[in-house]
Design a protein around this ligand. Structure first.
Ligand code: ADP
Ligand code: ZN
Length: 530
């Protein structure tokens, strides 16, 4: 084998020459060096972090072909076009190509023990179906082609712990057996701990390094508002940001059209975007937005993938996303230039109920349960009385302090009061009910409701909490859960339990500060999974 001499100067030179960047970002260089050393790697980097370079530079530095597996057929063409513009030989293989076009690509694959040709491909983007499907392209690769690297993009699709499980990804599980000598790099922007461990297991990575980048986007502020008379609020909000570009996400195609129309009637420069529009119309509209000729795009989540507009100043969700992965990804399209930007979501409990039906996967109970859990966490995020960034980052297994100073909760002048007595009542009720009941039952118990079983009516705290409304009790309990004074179990019927933190409060050794709502919360939520 020829000495490729991949020193760090050489890597930097490749970065400059082909991509025009002056320095590596984050841990790009370490990732690239890991690949070049022959090891596998698992890369977690938020959207926009610069994942592509991590395998594109090795593709240039190594002899042979880098196979990039991606589920996003619609984006392959753009990625390949961008590589061509950088003078890199790349192609994609998927069902949209004619046989003739496919043959041309096959003719340009670098073959084992054959001299390299000038027009030979360095990168091949391929869908998992095409790689492992009936024509058995993988066998062809194994027998004839010199494969340098496998890059598995959107690697969370292999895990049914993830939010976007795709069964066809499972077949990638035996890549390692078939190509024991070829390094694999798995990349994802969204993986909680379970998902990331599952990716490693399913891809059978043994000799690997993990790379994580912080998911924090300090320049984005997070705000939740109740979805009630929200159109007036929205108009005011947009008025104050007339010269800024922003994305407004809606759940349905119809509502993007209706809202864009209503905004235009109010004199705003807004267009709708969704997958139901003709391709040409979509491209035109996307272009108008990218070129700043239209300021507001009202879109379904079909908009944004692979779009790189750096000066999006705000992302608004009219409807709640199904999970925090989606929320994070969508809000992450704001502020790529690093300047202060905003994420605003209009929340209503009604969305939780509507989505409860939508997220269930027919015939897959396990998967449905997981999707419901993620939905519940999304709703919990909206109902927080504690720092939203902390919750979001903890969700992605990153731990931070209690105060970010850049979310609505941290910035609010919400008053916290000494609520030790109310807290003691809650903890005592949970304890007397032997930590076997859920939130609603405990509230009914405190308020002395008739719904309580006869055997519990004689207990001491029964009816001891008539001074607060159901909503107030709910809000106290949720906040106590967020603060760790109470624990709510997972599963279909979550129950409340005490924690280590409960004891000092119960014994009167600690003061419990909670947010006191001066009026009932504007959004009532039904628990999702009960
Ligand atoms: P991801 O796949 O993680 O969402 P991309 O690979 O598309 O991110 O990169 C996001 C943006 O950052 C792209 O515009 C890319 O050109 C740019 N980028 C990547 N690496 C660097 C770098 N080292 N220096 C400057 N810009 C970079
Ligand atoms: Zn905060």
């Amino acid at each position: 084998m020829k000495d490729t001499g991949n020193s760090s100067e050489r890597l930097l030179q490749l970065l400059k020459e082909h991509f025009g960047f002056t320095a590596f970002r984050h841990n790009q260089q370490a990732i690239i060096e890991t690949i070049l050393s022959g090891k596998d790697s698992m890369v977690l980097m938020p959207t926009g972090g610069g994942k592509s370079v991590c395998y594109q530079i090795p593709a240039l530095a190594l002899e042979g072909l880098t196979v990039v597996v991606s589920p996003l057929i619609a984006l392959m063409k753009d990625q390949v076009d961008a590589l061509h513009q950088n003078g890199i030989e790349a192609a994609y293989l998927n069902s949209t190509l004619s046989n003739y076009e496919q043959q041309d690509i096959l003719d340009r694959l670098p073959l084992k023990n054959k001299p390299a040709l000038k027009s030979q491909l360095k990168l091949l983007y391929i869908s998992p179906e095409r790689l492992l499907g009936e024509r058995n392209f993988l066998n062809h690769l194994k027998e004839k082609v010199q494969v340098a690297l496998f890059a598995i993009d959107e690697a969370h699709c292999i895990s049914d712990w993830g939010h976007d499980f795709r069964p066809e990804y499972l077949m990638l599980g035996n890549l390692k057996q078939q190509f024991p000598e070829t390094p694999i790099i798995a990349l994802t922007a969204t993986a909680d701990t379970n998902t990331r461990n599952d990716i490693i297991k399913k891809l059978q990575l043994t000799h690997y390094a993990t790379f994580e980048n912080s998911f924090n986007r300090p320049n984005i502020s997070y705000t939740i508002k109740p979805r009630k008379n929200h159109f007036d609020h929205l108009c005011q909000y947009l008025k104050e940001r007339r010269n800024e570009a922003g994305i407004i996400y809606c759940l349905s195609r119809n509502s993007t059209e209706t809202l864009a129309e209503k905004l235009r009637e109010q004199g705003f420069d807004a267009i709708a975007y969704h997958a139901g529009l003709e391709k040409q119309v979509r491209e035109e509209r996307q272009d108008l937005f990218l070129k700043d000729e239209v300021k507001i795009i009202v879109a379904t989540i079909a908009f944004g993938m692979g779009i790189n507009k750096s000066n999006v100043r705000y992302v608004i969700h009219i409807d709640m996303p199904k999970n925090l992965e989606g929320y994070y990804q969508e809000t992450g399209r704001a502020g790529r230039d690093g300047l202060a930007s905003e994420a605003l979501l209009y929340y209503t409990g009604a969305d939780v109920i509507k989505l409860t039906n939508m997220v269930q996967v027919e015939g897959n109970e396990e998967q449905s349960r997981l999707m419901l859990k993620k939905l519940k966490q999304m709703a919990e995020f909206c109902e927080l009385h504690t720092c939203r960034r902390k919750y979001l980052l903890n969700y992605f297994s990153e731990y931070t302090g209690n105060y970010c100073g850049n979310c609505d909760v941290c910035l609010s002048d919400q008053v916290k009061s000494d609520m030790t007595i109310a807290g003691q009542k809650i903890l005592s009720a949970v304890s007397r009910l032997e930590e076997r009941f859920g939130l609603n039952y405990v509230i009914d118990f405190l308020r002395g409701s008739d719904a309580i079983k006869g055997m519990h009516r004689g207990l001491k705290t029964y009816g001891a909490g008539k001074e607060y409304s159901k909503d107030q009790w709910r809000s106290f309990m949720k906040e106590m859960i967020q603060l760790g004074y109470l624990k709510q179990t997972d599963g279909q019927y979550p129950i409340l339990q005490l924690t280590e933190e409960s004891k000092p409060v119960l014994k009167g050794e600690a003061v419990l500060m909670l947010t006191v709502l001066t009026k009932a919360p504007e959004t009532k939520t039904k628990p999702v999974a009960t």
